[in-house]
Design a protein around this ligand. Structure first.
Ligand code: SF4
Ligand code: SF4
Ligand code: SF4
Ligand code: FES
Length: 948
């Protein structure tokens, strides 16, 4: 596709009653509140502009967009003037042309005329506008005071690895400052000085972008109409010439992008305005951190080895697949069909995930398939299915724009889901309130123009107690939405729940000490949520990764139903999914007990459907979950595993146990981009494809099915689904002979009622679909449970609080909890191979000043952190973001070994690990832990590739 330019209408779209006016003799009808500029653009009468762009509120500073309006004196700015019924507007005549030319002359007289060598040549709005107004000369000459001559020119700021700032080219239109405020919500930029001295500033003493508050989202770069703020990649490579529309492969927000290329080289990623999830915004990862796709560490050739201590040997695809199939078949012959299985990846496309679970069920002949969602959002599936009837969030992201109060639980969107966080912050700036439930003081508790109404700074592990205390307040203070409950929910279940939460043992006063929060705060938070209007719940892994993760999900569903906050815009219960395709990998049948579409394997009709389609008998009993696979491996009954795009040796709890299990197996097959930690224990490495090479779909946290299109050819010579299909064939199953990823989606749609109306062709024609997409909802379902719950009536569940078995004591007096940071992503395999490492080169341990002082720990000291399971060594940072008694770290670097410490306690219903609560002791240390020594040793022995 040629370079795709999305129209800039100059000012944002409005919603309002239709208004008809006349522009240049043409009648046009637009919503009330629309600017003249936007209305003119809609009838293809674009008005010259510089300070306006349609992602920002109008500013009215450049005076380029002046028009004439009948009956109005002077020449109003079309960007700041809203339409009126009957208005008669002239956008172009000699008088207007003269004014615009004069304005442009002033701009150009203080602008370097180096267009031919400028990085933005051909992609510069200033250049375009000079052409549009017919400027041919600058009458004032270029010799006056200016910002571009050597003596007055400020140096170019190249401190940010992804974009540069060249002050000499700035026209002080303020679009960057406004983008940082209105779109991103970070407020990192300001205009310093007055008049001629006005200058964009990143507001720090050294005044560079890297050391400022800037989070490198790139919104300012996108908004800048000149080459002042410019991607470093464009400066280096030149302007792109073609575009491919695709989807970010990092988090569950699922932002749409245009990959802009020269040939098959990506020059930049530009977030798409038409993207339903992001509407033109992005974060540092999606916009800039795509270089890992061509990183030198990529392995693009299949490799095998007999033993994990042998060097890797590069082989052909046929040899690698034959090697894996022979080993799997041998294991099954000697130890039974159930001795092998596999894990799907939430980083892969729906189509890639679907073929892996199909291979396991149909070619391996068992249900031993699980997914990385086991360790993140499996409680979401269980809890929401039990209460509402389906395993997914209830809203689209846009819904937050109608929320009046947001209950944010165990999620840190500004780091984990940044583009959604920007939407949320915008709504908060408009006046909505937020209640934050988190042990840590995340940015949404307090940041520029944001202040939480309540920060419920609970003790880790007491989520359910908090929810019961909130529910107690709502029930006993008469705040239940009785009408909603009577019409929409099961009576008996509600009565049981009401009686349960009303018990005194669930009151804020009784639970306050356990929770560590004043009862009045809990009561005030409950009252606010129940009475402020539309109440929306958003949550993350701080909810699910607990021994009561599933109970907590049901507790949130109870709260939403009790307050009538479900089934319309602005409300709902919404998981913020971690990885790009967590929703999709679960939808595609990755759990051992469910076929695609969440249908239980014991259901005879569903089994019959799949048996007929796949031509193989299928088991009615659920297979093994990941923890069961690992335990069985240590017992010797489970001996082979196919691991798709997941690094369980780094991401799963109790690393020593995981690696012992991997070490015990006869055949570990890893399909991934890089030799990850799990590959250290593998016998076969099948090179995977990056998102820039994939063809398929991802499903984001809103259930939105987004197209992922190949931007470049596979570096490996084979797509992932083809490699899996060939492995299935080598295992003796010939039911996976697909010609394309689109064919795989056709099979998914034919077998999965919620996907019935989905196809690549439909998505390619511009449809943006949120499942269910079927006869009842041909265009998808942005809001779930509108006229009734998927299960019929909503089901309240009694949520007894049960403290975790993981307890602090004198030996392990602190609680470790974990999370993410903005610049890194998950186990860091991708982001560590980009410039993002500049922001977070190592995982550090946050320690409260009091706990640090007690232990003699200073800022930057190396500390040993030990639990009942293991110990590792990290650098400490002293901060009161964590409360006393709690320490916090991230897990983006393998050598940190965060999961060497985490225990095997898990959610009672789903086995989702209890990552968020580990009792630990922290002491000063100046040497690596035993595990870290072992880690280095393993790398020396097991990551060796034989010389060619
Ligand atoms: S990159 Fe984003 S955060 Fe940084 S200054 Fe620009 S808009 Fe603000
Ligand atoms: S940096 Fe760009 S967007 Fe910002 S004021 Fe200057 S020209 Fe305008
Ligand atoms: S918010 Fe998530 S999906 Fe969007 S650009 Fe950032 S990492 Fe990608
Ligand atoms: S575009 Fe209207 S005043 Fe600048």
């Amino acid at each position: 596709m040629a370079l795709l330019k999305e129209t800039d209408f100059g000012t944002p779209a409005k919603q309002g009653a239709p208004v008809t006016l006349t522009i240049d003799g043409v009648d046009v009808t637009v919503p009330e509140g629309t600017s003249i500029m936007r209305a003119a653009s809609q009838i293809d009468r674009p008005i010259p502009k510089l300070c306006a762009t349609d992602s920002l509120d109008p500013w009215g500073s450049c005076r380029m967009c002046l028009v004439e309006v009948e009956g109005v004196k002077g020449t109003p700015a079309s960007c700041t003037t809203p339409v009126r019924a009957g208005m008669v507007v002239t956008t172009q005549n000699d008088r207007l042309a003269k004014i615009r030319k004069g304005v442009m002359e002033l701009y150009i007289s203080d602008h370097p005329l180096d267009c031919l060598t400028c990085a933005a040549n051909g992609d510069c709005e200033l250049q375009d506008m000079a052409g549009a107004v017919g400027l041919r000369e600058v009458r004032y000459g270029m010799d006056g005071a200016n910002h571009f001559e050597a003596e007055s020119r400020k140096p170019v700021d190249t401190s940010n690895p992804y974009f540069q700032f060249d002050p000499a080219k700035c026209i002080v239109c303020s679009r960057c400052v406004r983008a940082c405020e209105e779109v991103q919500g970070t407020f990192a930029l300001t205009i310093d000085g007055r008049g001629f001295a006005s200058m964009v500033s990143a507001g720090t003493q050294i005044d560079d972008f890297f050391s400022s508050e800037c989070v490198s989202c790139g919104a300012c770069v996108q908004a800048c109409p000149t080459a002042t703020l410019m991607e470093a990649s464009v400066v280096a490579k030149g302007v792109p010439t073609r575009s491919v529309e695709t989807t970010c492969a990092y988090c569950g927000v699922g932002c749409s992008f245009k990959a802009e290329l020269q040939g098959d080289q990506v020059v930049r990623m530009v977030p798409q305005k038409s993207g339903g999830a992001n509407e033109g915004h992005s974060c540092v990862k999606g916009r800039f951190a795509w270089g890992y796709a061509t990183h030198k560490d990529r392995v693009t050739t299949p490799m095998v080895r007999d033993a994990i201590t042998d060097p890797w040997r590069a082989v052909s695809w046929d040899e690698a697949i034959g090697f894996a199939a022979d080993r799997f078949k041998k294991i099954q012959a000697e130890h039974g069909k159930g001795a092998i299985g596999g894990i799907t990846s939430s980083r892969c496309t729906n189509e890639e995930v679907y073929v892996v679970q199909k291979m396991i069920r149909a070619a391996f002949g068992n249900n031993n398939v699980d997914t990385c969602a086991r360790v993140c959002h499996s409680p979401t599936g269980y809890g929401l299915k039990t209460t509402f009837g389906t395993s997914a969030g209830t809203q689209n992201f846009k819904s937050v724009e109608k929320a009046d109060v947001i209950l944010l639980i165990g999620a840190n969107p500004t780091d984990g889901h940044p583009v959604f966080a920007s939407r949320m912050k915008k709504r908060l700036r408009e006046g909505a309130q937020i209640i934050v439930l988190d042990p840590r003081r995340i940015d949404l508790v307090k940041s520029p123009h944001i202040k939480a109404a309540h920060h419920v700074q609970l003790r880790p592990g007491t989520n359910v107690a908090v929810m019961n205390a909130l529910a107690h307040t709502i029930v006993t203070e008469g705040l239940v939405d009785e009408k909603f409950v009577a019409e929409r929910c099961e009576d008996a279940d509600f009565d049981r729940w009401r009686a349960f939460v009303a018990e005194e043992r669930n009151s804020p006063e009784t639970l306050a000490e356990r929770i560590g929060v004043e009862p009045e705060t809990l009561r005030a938070a409950a009252r606010l949520f129940a009475t402020a209007g539309n109440g929306a719940i958003y949550y993350g892994l701080g909810v699910t990764e607990h021994s009561q993760g599933s109970t907590m999900v049901m507790a949130m569903a109870n709260l939403a139903m009790a307050t009538g906050n479900i089934g319309r815009e602005g409300v709902g219960v919404n998981p913020l999914r971690g990885q790009n395709n967590v929703q999709g990998s679960c939808d595609m049948g990755s759990f051992p007990h469910e076929f695609p579409g969440y249908r239980h394997v014991s259901d005879a009709a569903t089994r019959d459907l799949f048996e007929k389609a796949w031509g193989r008998p299928l088991l009615a009993e659920p297979g093994l979950r990941i923890p069961n696979m690992l335990a069985a491996a240590i017992d010797g009954t489970y001996r082979g595993i196919f691991v798709q795009g997941e690094d369980i040796a780094q991401s799963d709890p109790n690393t020593v146990h995981v690696t012992a299990a991997l070490e015990a197996m006869d055949c570990v097959v890893v399909q991934d981009l890089f030799l990850n930690e799990t590959a250290g224990y593998a016998h076969v490495f099948l090179p995977g494809t990056s998102f820039l090479e994939k063809d398929g779909t991802f499903t984001n946290a809103e259930r939105r099915i987004n197209r992922v299109r190949p931007v470049m050819k596979e570096a490996t010579g084979l797509s992932e689904w083809e490699a899996v299909s060939r492995l299935a064939a080598a295992m003796g199953y010939d039911g996976m002979t697909y010609a394309s990823a689109a064919e795989i989606m056709d099979e998914i749609a034919a077998l999965t009622p919620t996907f019935a109306g989905v196809s690549h062709a439909r998505l390619d024609s511009g449809a943006s679909l949120q499942w269910p997409v079927n006869a009842a909802a041909p265009d998808g379902t942005p809001t779930m449970h509108k006229d009734g719950f998927v299960r019929g009536k909503g089901r309240f569940m009694v949520t007894e609080y049960v403290a975790t078995d993981e307890r602090t004591n004198r030996h392990f007096p602190l609680i470790l909890t974990t999370g993410r940071i903005l610049s890194q992503y998950n186990v860091g395999a991708q982001t560590r191979r980009t410039e993002n490492g500049r922001w977070h080169a190592e995982d550090v341990l946050e320690v409260h000043p009091h706990d640090a002082e007690e232990r003699g720990i200073g800022e930057g000291d190396m500390v040993s952190i030990g639990s009942r399971i293991g110990a590792t060594v990290l650098r400490a940072t002293i901060t009161d973001r964590v409360p006393q008694g709690v320490v916090y770290t991230t897990f983006h670097h393998p050598v940190s070994g965060a999961n060497v410490i985490t225990t095997e306690f898990s959610d009672w219903a789903t086995n989702c690990p209890e990552y968020k609560v580990t009792a630990v002791q922290v002491t000063k240390s100046n040497q690596p832990s035993d595990w870290q020594e072992h880690f280095r040793d393993v790398h020396e022995r097991q990551f060796v590739v034989a010389a060619e």
